[in-house]
Design a protein around this ligand. Structure first.
Ligand code: MTE
Length: 326
């Protein structure tokens, strides 16, 4: 995504399982140390001891049901690659940095604020959101604008189920998602020209499409921080940057919201950003993609229109010029 940066990074740079295990062990150790300290000090000191630097639920299994909207016939990308080859610029610009740096993201307590064109602004606690609907296992292809892809077994439910609880007004035509941002936590953003917080947006019909997923986990477990804990958006027919991570606000608007990458490079990253092999990025082709986890010399795959989800989404763009509205 970075202006002037080559699109592909060799898989030899991907951090391996050993490092993930070390990272998880370190966090398990911190959690145990914290609860021992709590027991010693008594409950009244809880707030001081369980610092927000310790994530409450990393690695926790989620109870899920199978989803009729899951993608079949694809080999899943490994947990290691999904959690160590990330874009999360608040925690660094290299693919392995979010796994190293996002450990301090305070994922409990966590709330999501609803405002804008709604009957009544509301705030949802993350644990309320987790229980709102049965959590589904949904495999999706995940296509990054940098021309690499993965196949990820997400856990969540359709964003439409949540939007129905938000009572948007008829004047709500767009939805904006805002990510968590705190300079003290996300100190790797200091040098960047991006204006934080990370912002993304969808047209209302796109947000209501059953494929758009409010996402809490992957591989049946709570999302690791680097993948957007504790809740993110996943829009499988669009380039990955439309899928905002670690969201704290959902805003209903009558106008198209400003979005991070569109602001950064309007000629490179459109508002719609539907996966479209016939519209190249100005600096590279979008006709093919590299599947992460396969050897670097493996043949590139042909990129599918709407990332292969055309049957479910193409009709939303009838009559639109997708070269202009890229
Ligand atoms: N959300 C936030 N808050 N910050 C980011 O930098 N990167 C986006 C998107 N969501 C990003 C974000 C990009 S460019 C991509 S490709 C996907 O997250 C990557 O998701 P993944 O790391 O889970 O594969």
């Amino acid at each position: 995504m970075l202006i002037g940066k080559p699109p592909d990074i060799p898989s030899s740079e991907i951090t391996l399982r050993a490092e993930y295990d070390r990272y998880m062990n370190r966090r398990r150790f911190l959690r145990t140390a914290a609860s021992t300290a709590v027991a010693a000090l008594g409950v009244e000191r809880l707030a001081e001891v369980v610092s927000p630097r310790i994530t409450a639920h990393a690695g926790t299994k989620l109870q899920t049901v199978k989803s009729p909207l899951t993608t079949t016939g694809e080999q899943l990308t490994s947990f290691e690659d999904i959690t160590h080859y990330n874009n999360f610029y608040e925690f660094g610009v290299e693919k392995d940095q979010p796994a190293k740096n996002a450990g301090g993201l305070p994922t409990r307590p966590w709330t999501v604020r609803i405002d804008g064109k709604v009957k009544q602004p509301k705030t949802f606690d993350i644990d309320t959101l987790l229980k709102l609907r049965p959590l589904e296992d949904r495999v999706y292809r995940h296509r990054c604008v940098e021309a690499w892809s993965m196949v990820i077994p997400w856990v969540g439910y359709s964003l439409s189920e949540f939007i129905n609880q938000c009572d948007p007004l008829p004047s709500a035509k767009y939805v904006q998602f805002l990510s968590y941002y705190d300079r003290h936590v996300e100190k790797w953003t200091g040098e960047s020209t991006i204006s934080w917080p990370y912002s993304e947006g969808l047209r209302m019909d796109e947000a209501m499409n059953p494929l758009t997923l409010l996402t809490f986990g992957l591989y049946g477990e709570v999302l690791p921080n680097q993948d957007g804990a504790p809740v993110r958006i996943v829009v499988p027919w669009k380039y990955g940057f439309k899928s905002a991570k670690s969201i704290v606000a959902v805003r209903f608007l009558d106008k198209q919201p400003p979005t991070t990458w569109n602001d950064q490079g309007p000629s490179e990253y459109g508002f719609y950003s539907n996966v479209n092999p016939s519209v190249d990025h100005p600096r590279w082709s979008q006709k093919t993609e590299r599947r992460i986890g396969q050897p670097f010399y493996a043949q590139r795959r042909t990129t599918l229109m709407f990332n292969g989800y055309g049957d479910q989404v193409a009709s939303m763009y009838n009559g639109m010029d997708l070269r202009r509205n890229f």
